[in-house]
Design a protein around this ligand. Structure first.
Ligand code: DX5
Ligand code: ZN
Length: 219
């Protein structure tokens, strides 16, 4: 079953606890948390203190998407908070293998995100160790951007790669511009987790919005 991960980036930051409760009640499976540093991406959001503060307001698994340079500096901090997925960007790390081991040693799931211009083949030699491949379907930095269709091809490539090496438990997450239309092809391609920011938080009825993405293309 496909999992839906609303992105907190589109929430009202002045009401975070209530916003998270609202998407939990609306049927979200995972909370996607976009940490940006103003260096790797041209936007700045929040860091570990905020993630720590919200941890006690929900039982949803936390999926921390780190759009920061030197993500290795934050492994211990996020592990201590109790986040389930620690996802860093391939483009920020010269020693991916080492970092993946560090994340897993701390009891978190290790994910690697790929910018739209970064090929799936860059993960060939670490794919066996990964718990998640995150295919970006927008250039990271902002919510509300248009879906880049090349992501569909990359999801198929990620699925083929994971299948070839026998790591079929790993998730394939897609992030950016996901709605009830763009989700159809991306699910067919093999995605297992869909991130949606504006399409969920911007909807009048968040439960309807989550269900529309979950059930798109079926029937
Ligand atoms: C973009 C973030 C996404 C973003 C998605 O840099 O990684 O998670 O919040 O927002 P939408 O769904 O509005 O494209
Ligand atoms: Zn994200």
């Amino acid at each position: 079953m496909i999992k839906i991960a609303p992105s907190m980036l589109s929430a009202n930051f002045a009401e975070l606890a209530a916003e998270i409760k609202s998407i939990e009640e609306a049927g979200a499976d995972i909370l996607h948390i976009d940490v940006m540093d103003g260096h790797f991406v041209p936007n700045l959001t929040f860091g570990a203190p905020i993630v720590k503060a919200i941890r006690k307001y929900t039982d949803l698994p936390f999926d921390v998407h780190l759009m920061v340079t030197n993500p290795e500096d934050y492994v211990d901090e996020y592990a201590a908070i109790g986040v389930e997925y620690f996802t860093f960007h391939q483009e920020t790390v010269p020693h991916m293998h080492r970092l993946i081991q560090q994340i897993k040693a701390k009891g978190m799931k290790a994910g690697v995100a790929l910018n739209p211009s970064t090929p799936v083949s860059t993960l060939e030699d670490v794919a066996n160790d990964l718990d998640m491949i995150l295919i970006m379907s927008v250039n990271p930095g902002f919510g509300g951007q248009s879906f880049i269709t090349n992501a569909i091809k990359k999801v198929k490539q990620a699925k083929a790669l994971l299948g070839m090496i026998g790591n079929t438990d790993a998730d394939i997450e897609v992030d950016g511009g996901i709605n009830s239309m763009t989700s159809i092809a991306i699910k067919e391609a093999g995605a297992t987790i869909l991130v949606a920011g504006s399409a969920v938080f911007g909807a009048e009825d968040r439960k309807v919005a989550i269900e529309a993405i979950r059930n798109s293309g079926s029937g």
